[in-house]
Design a protein around this ligand. Structure first.
Ligand code: HEC
Length: 293
């Protein structure tokens, strides 16, 4: 390494050592300064990452809603009935286009309290490559090819296994409630407040009915949409529709994290065990030290 690459401090340090050897009294940069500095640097970096992270999170959640207020569904992943209804709606209304490709039917049966026969009879509508009914041990996929999806919708309907994590449950819930009639959309005839210009048709329109936009005051040459109103009733009341969408959202949340309930249950036992162990260890410590102090 040539002189050019040696830092100033290193040179000062070497000079100090030389002078010390010659009997001079110079304060050498002590080695213990280094860890302190590194620690401070680490703390600063961690703080910067946290601040940047929270800023990113804020912009991301705003971008996701595109300024639309996202509603939070009241969902409960331990509610088997809700998951069963959600799964039934999902296989009936969504799986023609989408898959839950990381989830097996058999695992679903086990987790939501159904027998494999129930699932086979009521939830499997697809066939495998040989034309046989899909087996209960299979993944929840469909037969739509990527090419067909692209041709039909312009984008391939995505695998929804992890969407509850990437978009969040509030986004999915509000998305399924925010379709409105938009004659400018030649292909689907509808648009969506949460996901403007989405290629997905309003597949639940016969249940929800059709909503039309309510416009606010004109500003900057256009009139913003301030809300949606039901202009053509569907077969469900608005409350029933909200419940159905909440069940579908709950099911998607389950699929994105099937082990969550087990994790929470095991977590409780682990915490209880640790507290118990704390008691025992404390008593042991008292026993050990009773003759010493
Ligand atoms: C007719 C086909 C079709 C059906 C049926 C369908 N979808 Fe879609 N869906 C699509 C397409 C196409 C997209 C991609 C939209 C885009 O990116 O513009 C999509 C996108 C989505 C997204 C956004 C995913 C993301 O992260 O971008 C969600 C969530 C979704 N669908 C949920 C559902 C649910 C729930 C159902 C059942 C109630 C359903 N879809 C039924 C075609 C369909």
């Amino acid at each position: 390494m040539n002189d050019h690459h040696i830092s100033r401090r290193q040179r000062a340090h070497e000079q100090a050592i030389r002078m010390q050897a010659q009997g001079g009294r110079v304060k050498v940069l002590s080695k213990t300064d280094e860890p302190g500095k590194i620690q401070r640097l680490l703390v600063l970096t961690a703080a910067a990452v946290l601040v940047a992270g929270s800023l990113l999170y804020v912009t991301e959640s705003r971008a996701a809603g595109a300024g639309v207020h996202l509603e939070s569904p009241r969902i409960d992943q331990s509610n088997d009935k809700s998951l069963q209804r959600g799964a039934a709606a999902f296989v009936n209304y969504c799986m023609a286009c989408h898959t839950a490709g990381y989830q097996r039917y058999s695992r679903l049966a086990q987790d939501v309290g159904l027998s494999e026969e129930d699932v086979e009879k009521n939830l499997i509508f697809t066939t495998d490559k040989l034309g046989e009914p899909t087996k209960v041990g299979s993944l929840m996929t469909n037969n739509m090819t990527t090419d067909y999806g692209k041709q039909a919708f312009g984008v391939v309907p995505p695998n929804l296994s992890l969407t509850a994590r990437s978009r969040g449950v509030d986004w999915i819930y509000t998305y399924l409630k925010s379709y409105y009639v938009d004659p400018e959309k030649a292909t689907t005839g509808v648009n969506n407040l949460v996901y403007p210009d989405t290629a997905m048709p309003h597949v639940l329109w016969d249940l929800q009915g059709l909503q039309s936009p309510v416009y606010g005051e004109e500003a900057h040459g256009s009139r913003p949409i301030t809300g949606l109103e039901l202009t053509q009733e569907g077969s469900m009341s608005p409350d029933e529709y909200d419940d159905l969408v909440a069940d579908i959202t709950n099911f998607m949340a389950y699929v994105s994290d099937p082990i969550k309930e087990t994790r929470h249950r095991v977590g409780m036992w682990v915490m209880l065990f640790l507290f118990g162990l704390l008691g025992v260890t404390y008593l042991l410590k008292k026993e050990y030290w009773k003759d010493v102090v």
